[in-house]
Design a protein around this ligand. Structure first.
Ligand code: ADP
Length: 475
């Protein structure tokens, strides 16, 4: 199944959007910094021209304003300033209707270079020796206007110098175009490059996906190649492979278990069927029928025992651990089991005795514990010949309570010990059939021990006997 929107697309999109935002913000910042710097430089130039103008005027008493203006303009030719000096008539002496005199750097400029009267009024009122800077578009002047400096001077003079903003606007337009082109190419290159890198980074994910799709419950043997990676992808591959390995084991175990169960159930069923067939072959007397029926009863009993054990195990698997308030006296359960087996042990001519049995209370389930101890004791009795001894003990030592079932029976071969607690495992098939075990007793014992957070172990010497111990945590 293909995702509606691939990770590659989403990542590339986000990457480009974020990069685009960064490019635009940096562009804006650059543009404004450049513009402000140029404006400040322009203002400094304007002030220099004003200072030059004032100083030239004050120094040379013989020159008129027109000459001063020309000299200053010549000196600052590279900036091409427009210079104008307005001389207002003295309000005390002059006739009220007298117009101010205007001196300019270019004849005929005054018409378009003059500002509104209220601007001059405002500047006149501003503190002396403080220039005022304004940006103004003048009728008939350049479309981007002028940057102007206005400086009122003693003697009723107003100095006005302006530099056209045309050049600056041109530079800014060029800068904008360069930035636009550079930004766009950067964005295109970065998104193509980023897309390529993201695609490369995601490639192993695609491989994982493909491998995962080809793994099914029928073929769990497949593993994803890690290619020696030690990064997150490598970790993901290792985790995934580990999970598949565990799944494979579980499926294997389930298959094995199903096979074992079928096999175990089939054997008694075959026997039952065989016996019935033989019985039906000819007419038999009552004694024979009774015998056959008793044998059939034995076999069905065996079947029932297996099914009960399996049910018991599957129910046990659903539980995790005993409730803490569920406390039981382990020694009492042990004594009860002991008493119930006394008769069987006597019949088998075994020395069946209690070792040291200390009082021990643990959180646990009495029914399950009785089953655990019962299974161990039953095995000890079952696998010990006449004359052997079986001793049961319960000792508290430090942090644990140790239950031990020791026998001097036939013992268990070393090679069998690791499988002893597996379901349906029996050391000697022919012997187990004779004694009635299907190999579930120790599997149940182990499960009950696990349920109680206890550890079950076995020590054995073939021909000399075995000791099963269960160590419960005290508490
Ligand atoms: P079973 O029902 O066949 O006894 P268990 O799971 O209880 O199955 O035991 C598995 C196998 O372990 C038995 O078939 C038996 O061979 C061996 N075994 C268990 N306990 C003892 C023991 N005390 N002495 C010798 N062999 C034992």
């Amino acid at each position: 199944m293909k995702p509606a929107r691939s990770l590659l697309f989403t990542l590339t999109l986000w990457y480009t959007v974020i990069l685009g935002a960064i490019v635009i913000l940096s562009g804006l910042f650059l543009y404004h910094t450049f513009r402000n710097n140029r404006m400040e430089a322009l203002d400094r130039t304007l002030k220099q021209v004003v200072v030059d103008l004032r100083e030239t005027w004050l120094r040379s008493r013989t020159l008129g304003w027109n000459e001063v203006i020309r000299a200053v303009r010549d000196r600052n030719q590279n900036h091409q300033p427009q210079v104008m000096v307005i001389h207002y008539p003295d309000p005390h002496e002059a006739d009220l209707h007298e117009r101010p005199t205007v001196f300019t750097s270019a004849p005929g400029l005054e018409g378009s270079f003059l500002l509104a009267d209220e601007i001059y009024d405002r500047v006149q009122r501003s503190p002396r020796d403080e220039p005022t800077y304004i940006t103004q578009v003048l009728a008939g002047g350049p479309s981007h206007g002028f940057r102007l400096i206005l400086f009122p001077m003693r003697g009723n003079y107003m100095i006005q110098v302006g530099i056209s903003l045309e050049q600056l606007a041109d530079n800014l337009r060029q800068l904008f175009l360069i930035m636009l082109m550079a930004g766009a190419s950067l964005l295109v290159l970065a998104s193509v490059g980023g897309g390529y890198l993201i695609r490369r980074a995601l490639k192993p994910v695609k491989n994982i996906l493909r491998a995962a799709q080809s793994i099914s419950a029928f073929d769990l043997s497949l593993r994803i190649p890690a290619d020696g990676r030690s990064d997150e992808i490598g970790e993901l591959v290792a985790t995934f492979n580990g999970m598949i390995a565990r799944l494979e084991q579980s499926v294997q175990r389930i298959r094995q278990f199903t096979g074992d169960v079928s096999h175990e159930l089939r054997t008694p069923l075959t026997i039952i069927r065989g016996e019935i067939e033989i019985a039906l072959r000819k007419e038999r007397d009552k004694r024979e029928y009774t015998e056959i029926l008793r044998s059939l009863l034995d076999e069905t009993g065996h079947l029932e025992a297996i099914i009960n054990d399996l049910l018991f195990l599957s129910k046990l698997e659903e539980q995790v651990k005993p409730r803490p308030e569920q406390r039981v006296m382990l020694d009492e359960i042990l004594l009860e089991v002991f008493e119930k087996r006394l008769h069987t042990a006597r019949v088998k001519q075994l020395t069946f005795s209690l070792g040291e049995v200390q009082r021990a209370e643990i959180p646990g389930d009495a029914v399950l514990l009785e089953r655990l101890i019962g299974n161990l004791v039953d095995n000890a009795i079952r696998y010990s010949p006449a004359g052997a001894s079986v001793v049961v003990s319960l000792i508290r030592s430090g942090e644990e309570i140790m239950l031990a079932v020791r026998d001097t029976g036939i013992g268990i071969p070393l090679a069998s010990r690791q499988f002893l607690f597996d379901r349906f495992y029996v050391v000697d098939k022919s012997r187990s059939r004779e004694t009635g075990g299907a190999g579930l007793g120790l599997a149940i014992a182990k499960q009950v021990a696990d349920f109680h957070q206890a550890r079950i172990d076995v020590e054995s010497t073939p021909g000399q006997g075995s000791t099963f111990t269960v160590r419960f945590p005290a508490g």
